[in-house]
Ligand binder design. Structure first.
Ligand code: ISE
Length: 340
């Protein structure tokens, strides 16, 4: 193993700041060396809080810095291509939050650059693959003990999304993209077509935004995946999967702890039962993020690469692009991937 990996974090919004704290406090074999954000004040505040961290206004300066061995990109998807190409150009391993890039042509350019460099360097931040429950489900499906998998039913709810930029397309690109990756990974095959339906929108959605959405994936084997994505559910962060096989079914993501019973009626009427619901992904997938970043750091120190690849990032971008087309037409759209 090489010495401590000095990591630079690009983008210190919600997710980047969360990763910066993780790297500074919980990840073995790594240190947080630098942060970069166009909002320098925000980056400087974080650096001061964590101590001993260099601040860059320009992410490309961070990528070029001598004291950075690896980069975690938590910047907006629209700037990923340039930043990824800079990391690959310097031979730096990079953990890139989803989406890899915004369209298939730019994702392909990243794949090409990585291949030309002769060494796989990109891990895409599909953290659910590291979640213990997801990993368990994957092992059950792969074991064949439920026979062939016929159906997946995936549910993905956020409490609310106040950001006015979060329009219908973004629900596909930013939220549904996780279901795209999970379907491909859990079933070990590609999605061949996608249809996205917009039922009656909730009154909590911004005007003109289709929320919830229901997406149907046809898999190469003929298996079907149904997905509900509802980002203004007013319920909480609920992410569940039910897999239906020929010889059994399995569910993950049901609340399994903190269940309580209580009498809600002071006059002694019937009570209620329940428990807390996670407020957001940082809480629900905290363990998955820890395991993901630790696996990345360990692999970097061994000179290897693990987890979702740039191909997985490309494939999910292509499926989401087809999904956005279906959102407009209402029809199923074929997914055309280049030959791997
Ligand atoms: C966010 O970017 C995520 O990745 C979350 O997992 C997802 O639930 C949310 O809808 C996205 O905005």
């Amino acid at each position: 193993m090489s010495p401590t990996l000095r990591v630079g974090v690009v983008g210190v919004g919600l997710m980047g700041a969360d990763h910066a704290h993780r790297l500074a406090a919980r990840i073995a074999g790594a240190s947080l060396a630098a942060v970069a954000d166009p909002d320098v004040e925000r980056a400087a505040d974080l650096a001061e809080e964590l101590g001993g961290v260099t601040v860059h206004a320009d992410p490309l300066d961070l990528v070029a810095a001598d004291d950075v061995d690896a980069v975690l990109l938590a910047s907006p998807g629209a700037v990923h291509e340039e930043q990824l190409l800079a990391c690959i150009g310097r031979g730096l391993p990079v953990l890139c939050e989803k989406p890899l890039t915004m369209d298939s042509a730019s994702s392909l350019r990243v794949i090409e650059a990585e291949r030309a460099g002769g060494r796989p360097l990109v891990q895409v931040g599909f953290m659910r693959r590291f979640d213990p429950e997801y990993a368990h489900l994957k092992a059950v499906l792969d074991s064949g003990r439920m026979g062939r998998t016929l159906l997946l039913h995936q549910t993905h709810r956020n409490l609310s999304v106040p950001n006015p930029a979060f329009r219908s397309e973004m629900i596909v690109r930013d939220s549904l993209v996780h279901e795209v990756d999970c379907a491909r990974w859990l079933l070990g095959e590609e999605i061949v077509s996608i249809q996205v339906l917009g039922p009656r929108p909730t009154r909590h959605a911004l005007a003109g935004v289709l929320d919830p959405q229901v997406a149907i994936f046809q898999m190469a084997s003929g298996a079907v995946v149904t997905n509900e994505v509802f980002v203004n559910s007013r319920t909480g962060y609920e992410v569940r999967v039910e897999a239906v096989g020929e010889d059994g079914s399995a569910v993950i993501g049901r609340p399994s702890s903190g269940v309580y019973t209580t009498s809600s009626d002071p006059d002694g009427g019937a009570g209620a039962w329940g428990g807390p619901i996670d407020p957001d992904y940082r809480v629900r997938f905290e363990r998955a993020y820890d395991l993901e970043v630790q696996a990345w750091v360990d692999a970097c120190r061994r000179g290897e690469r693990v987890g979702p690849t740039s191909w997985d990032g490309y494939a999910s971008t292509v499926v989401c692009t087809a999904g956005m087309e279906s959102l407009t037409s209402g029809r199923a759209v074929d997914v055309d991937l280049v030959a791997g």
